[in-house]
Design a protein. Structure first.
Length: 150
């Protein structure tokens, strides 16, 4: 009986944990034409919302924890201009020993729609100005963003 209960509990925990790892598509703009904040995220919305901008690109987002998300970008889909925005130089000129960070030049407030779409508590809505971890793994750029309540 105890073994059965432990097996069921283990199955349920793994099911819940794995369900949170599925990526969700989002549309975003990183210091593009629709905002002028310098470097960083300036707009992110769920897909298929009525955006006036045609410059917004599709990205994959993952909820990592209660207040942490990962934005995944494919390096093969980044223009030279985009590469310079993210890395400060072209992707091909990055060396393996460089420490990369994502720079957010201004505070950003996530919309209620985006927070609901990603499954975040509505109180975690602020992305503060600062630097955030950025990693490149198998031609994927992974930006880890930590949201705050204030």
């Amino acid at each position: 009986m105890i073994k059965t209960a432990i097996s069921i509990a283990t199955f349920l925990i793994s099911l819940v944990a794995s369900s949170q790892n599925f990526g969700k598509e989002a549309q975003g703009e990183f210091n593009g034409k629709i905002c002028d904040i310098g470097r960083g995220l300036c707009t992110i919305t769920p897909p298929n919302t009525n955006n006036k901008s045609t410059t917004m690109k599709n990205y994959t987002t993952y909820k990592q924890s209660e207040n942490t998300m990962i934005i995944e970008l494919d390096t093969n889909n980044l223009s030279v201009e985009d590469q310079k925005k993210f890395f400060g130089k072209e992707y091909s000129k990055i060396t393996s020993n460089e420490e990369l960070t994502f720079v957010q030049d201004a505070d950003y407030v996530f919309s209620v729609d985006m927070l609901l779409y990603l499954g975040f508590d509505l109180s975690y809505k602020n992305l503060k100005k600062g630097t955030y971890p950025l990693a490149i793994i198998k031609d994927k750029v992974l930006i880890t963003l930590t949201l705050s309540k204030d």
